[in-house]
Design a protein around this ligand. Sequence first.
Ligand SMILES: *Cc1c(COP(=O)(O)O)cnc(C)c1O
Length: 374
Amino acid sequence: MDVPLLDLRAQYSRIKEEILAATTEVYESQRFILGPKVDQLEKEIAGYCNCKYAVGVSSGTDALLISLMVAGIGPGDEVITTPYTFFATAGSIARLGARPVFVDIERDTYNINPQLIEEKITKHTKAIIPVHLFGQCCDMEPILQIARAYDLVLIEDAAQAIGAEYKGQRAGSIGDIGCFSFFPSKNLGAFGDGGMVTTSSKSLYERLKILRVHGSHPKYYHKLLGGNFRLDALQAAIIHVKLPYLDQWTMARQANAKRYRELFTDHGLDRIIRLPAEGNGRHVYNQFVISIEKKRDELKRYLHEAGIGTEIYYPVPMHLQPCFNYLKGKKGDFPVAEAAAENSLALPIYPELTSRQQLYVVDQIQAFCAKCFQ
Ligand SMILES: *Cc1c(COP(=O)(O)O)cnc(C)c1O
């Protein structure tokens, strides 16, 4: 049996006619840059995320970059974030000349540990970027309190967490700004790159729209330095078609997560394999990440040979990335993140995954464990 990590063709085949109609409409209009499709999607995403405003941008990375720009982050500033994330989070901070300051994660959620943030605050600290990793919100209440107490801008990296909730609040609506990605492997994926910034602040919203078009306002007059951060009308049209399906896809991901938990328990594997924690509210399971001590790479190889796709998110934490050598990070600085990088493995969790496939995945993991722990 073949079980890919992600099967986007299964999703496409069910909505193909609608996608083709929506994209054809864009071709016929020949309006490819911003315009009504992007305006409409911004309203829909703002509504979905319970925010007043949304601004369509070129990628999740550019959502982070433009958010830091609108917050006025630059050389000399420090921004607190997690070392256990996709590179874009730390990369965007560093590209603006600011310093990423890392804070270790919680073992069971893989999210930033709020208890460790305050000790990293200096007079240069300007912002915090919590990352809602794998589809689960960070523990936002203490983070929000710290941000308010020290007057820091709170930017949520919600690239993996559209629709996730923390105590009833949607990801992207809790801090000052939320950043989303429509990269194809995210829960709401475009046919290429795309992203969205959410906010409920009118003044941030207005400046975000100006920064998106090189800081031009009115046209050809530049008081601000921006970039080309525009979302394509074609991608907006595709996301518009997909959005009404998002909740049913999310429920299918949650059902798959539940089934994995039952299967791991039934197979007696829950002592050897650590399952992801479910703590702070609606988890949208962009990834289902298990942890196995010392044997992760062997397990990955074993599953690969059995036709099962898995992935390591992420093999190298940010403080050990060569491009950040100048930050003087070293092994041992963030032990929880380092252990996660060594032990974690993402299993297939996509909505169309069948129960037979899941049983096969867990059977294979059991066979591996029987072989190496007997
Ligand atoms: C995917 C992702 C990004 C970047 O999004 P792109 O659209 O690929 O640029 C940023 N942060 C996190 C946590 C992500 O998973």
